[in-house]
Design a protein around this ligand. Structure first.
Ligand SMILES: Nc1ncnc2c1ncn2[C@@H]1O[C@H](COP(=O)(O)OP(=O)(O)OP(=O)(O)O)[C@@H](O)[C@H]1O
Ligand SMILES: [Mg+2]
Length: 238
């Protein structure tokens, strides 16, 4: 049984039809990338999975259960956690308090110390207000807040967006650790290099529809694909 399976998924914002008959699957323990240009529908796909898109049709199965009509809270309680594009931290709470709040909101959380093991930078900053963290540190905190809730399926929406290359290098190392931690990961990125290093398989979507799917090895061999569908980032992909 797949962890996640989308079949003929369509999504709408009001009258705008955004996703068109999207199909994809994510298997146990995999790290799968969802790639595509600006506006291709990556965030909307994650919102369809978590139930926050206003209207969705088709079928979304999570561990064999149809969640297409489940509420946002129920889907979250099942263990599907999204780290959104806009980093979600409480600015006036400290790093530690941010983790505590996330932990308290969950029935079967992980230990905060485990988060400090994964993100040593956060351990050093535990008494600092989140608003004083750099973008990269806030991103780590955002991921740590999701991880402390012991997700079964972690959805990461463009974790490197807006971060300086040197910060992205740091994140790459910690994320390589995160993905080893007994969690299935579905990650969207425009930074193709970052996504390819972490992932085993990828889907490319264009204008809300499936354009390509395959292994990372296949994708790396077919540079024309990157040019065709992801021209924005190919310069960084080498
Ligand atoms: N709340 C909304 N209301 C109406 N249209 C929206 C809304 N959010 C997104 N869209 C449109 O849906 C399409 C897909 O957007 P989406 O945010 O899913 O793309 P994306 O692949 O995540 O892009 P990016 O790489 O810029 O984050 C775009 O055309 C966008 O303008
Ligand atoms: Mg997006």
């Amino acid at each position: 049984m797949s962890v996640l399976e989308l079949e003929d998924v369509n999504a709408f914002y009001g009258n705008s039809h955004i996703l068109f008959d999207l199909d994809l699957t994510v298997e146990e323990g995999e790290v799968v990338a969802l790639l595509g240009r600006n506006g291709a529908g990556k965030t909307t796909t994650l919102r369809a999975i978590t139930g926050t898109v206003p209207r969705r049709e088709g079928r979304i199965d999570y561990r064999g259960q149809d969640i297409t009509d489940e509420s946002v809270d129920d889907i979250s309680d099942m263990g599907v956690k999204l780290v959104p594009e806009e980093r979600r931290v409480f600015p006036t709470l400290t790093v530690h308090e941010n983790l505590q709040v996330a932990r308290d909101a969950c029935e079967t959380p992980r230990e905060i110390d485990e988060m400090y093991d994964i993100f040593p930078a956060l351990s050093d900053l535990r008494g600092n207000d989140a608003r004083n963290l750099s973008g990269g540190e806030q991103q780590m905190l955002s991921v740590a807040r999701a991880l402390v809730q012991d997700p079964d399926l972690l959805l990461l929406d463009e974790p490197t967006e807006g971060l300086a290359p040197v910060i992205v290098d740091d994140l790459r190392e910690v994320f390589a650790d995160v993905v080893q931690r007994d969690v299935t990961v579905f990650i969207t990125e425009q930074n193709v290099e970052f996504a390819l290093e972490l992932s085993e398989r990828a889907y490319i979507i264009e204008k809300g529809a499936n354009a390509w799917e395959g292994s990372i090895d296949e994708l790396e061999e077919q540079e024309d694909l990157l040019d065709e569908y992801l021209s924005v980032s190919t310069a960084e992909a080498d």
